[in-house]
Design a protein around this ligand. Structure first.
Ligand code: HEM
Ligand code: NAG
Length: 326
């Protein structure tokens, strides 16, 4: 009996130590002591980049999503380690913004050497991008560890524009994100553009025998077909939130519920009772402060997304150069 309880005690103590090693809680103001200017340095680099290129805020917001969904928010998407690098994965097609992160990193290294992780820079830059686009401001829990793997074979589970609503829900669920998070985070498409590349199937090959997605409003369908003609240039870009692509606002959800979604995955949010009722909840009788707030919910969901798969110091460190493991 004593032996058994002794073993149980050893087991319990052992698993407590293990779980402490496994947990790494992010905290707001993580760099307050070690690099007090960290957040303002990132902010000024993002602001400057956005001033010279207005597409940058959307690009940086998307980069954060793509970083977090593969191997957790660990900066793995930033690595340049040859042909099999994660960044070359099909699911990351069109992801940009690397040079903005590199620039912020260079300034941070000059100020506080080896302190601020690349994964945190990505999360902070996304926050600054959202507020530059007129979205909500929020505090970013930080303390992410940069990962040490980058392989495109790990990115096979990225959500795809043609996934069914069941697949989208399952992919988010696997990252600890709910159906509500799926809706709210898809609303990040309130800013930015898509290449015609992602529209071809929806416009011309929606069914095995051809044809377009019948859920597209006819006015929008005409517009989209004009901008992205069949067999035209797939690199032409068009706004995802028709009529409000520069401003971070709830307009995208109104577009989605009325047949004006540009991306197929956004339109699919109408295919499911739970996700469509999340959208509807923002257009009910009760508006903030009495009803749900899109901005507050977005902040909650993106902070949640920013905590996916956080690594411990045993699994990585702080890179000196974001595009390399050194
Ligand atoms: C639900 C699954 C999602 C799918 C299938 C999806 C798909 C896409 C596609 C196909 C594009 C166009 C890319 C291009 O042509 O460059 C795009 C753009 C974008 N996505 Fe998503 N996305 C999803 C979720 C998210 C999430 C969770 C976020 C952020 C929280 C996000 C933020 C963005 C932004 C800001 C853009 C515009 C990028 C730009 O202007 O360059 N997306 N997305
Ligand atoms: C990437 O993963 C594939 C398949 O798992 C493996 O064969 C390959 O060696 C990996 N590449 C690198 C650079 O680790």
């Amino acid at each position: 009996m004593a032996l058994v309880s002794g073993l149980i005690l050893v087991f319990l103590v052992g698993s407590i130590c293990l779980s402490e090693g496994q947990f790494n809680r992010l905290t707001v103001g993580f760099y307050d002591q070690t690099c007090p200017n960290a957040e303002s340095i990132v902010r000024s680099v993002v602001r400057e980049a956005a001033l010279s290129d207005s597409t940058i805020p959307a690009v940086l917001l998307r980069l954060h999503f793509h970083d977090c969904f593969v191997e957790g928010c660990d900066g793995s998407i930033l690595i340049d380690n040859g042909e099999s690098a994660e960044k070359n994965a099909f699911g990351h097609q069109g992801v940009r913004g690397f040079e903005v992160i590199d620039k912020a990193k260079a300034q941070l290294e000059a100020t506080c050497h080896g302190v601020v992780s690349c994964a945190d820079i990505v999360a902070l830059a996304a926050r600054d991008a959202i507020s530059l686009a007129g979205g909500p401001s929020y505090e970013v829990p930080a303390g992410r560890i940069d990962g040490v793997v980058s392989n495109l074979s790990l990115a096979g589970d990225m959500p795809d524009v043609s996934d069914s609503i069941q697949q989208l829900k399952a992919k988010f669920m696997r990252k600890g994100l709910s159906e509500k998070d799926l809706v709210i985070l898809s609303a990040a498409h309130t800013i930015g553009t898509t290449a015609c590349f992602f529209m071809t199937k929806r416009l011309y090959n929606f069914f095995p025998g051809g044809g377009s997605d019948p859920t597209i409003n006819p006015i929008l369908l005409q517009e989209l077909k004009r901008k992205c003609p069949e067999n035209g240039d797939v690199n032409v870009r068009l706004p995802i939130d028709r009529g409000s692509e520069e401003t971070f606002d709830i307009h995208i959800l109104q577009n989605i519920r009325s047949g004006f979604a540009v991306l197929e995955s956004d339109a699919k949010l109408n295919d499911d009772e739970t996700t469509s009722s999340v959208i509807d909840s923002y257009f009910g009788f009760f508006q903030p402060p009495f009803g749900p707030s899109f901005e507050a919910d977005f902040v909650e969901s993106i902070i949640k997304m920013g905590q996916i798969g956080i690594k411990t110091s045993l699994e990585g460190g702080v890179r000196r150069i974001c595009s390399s493991f050194s």
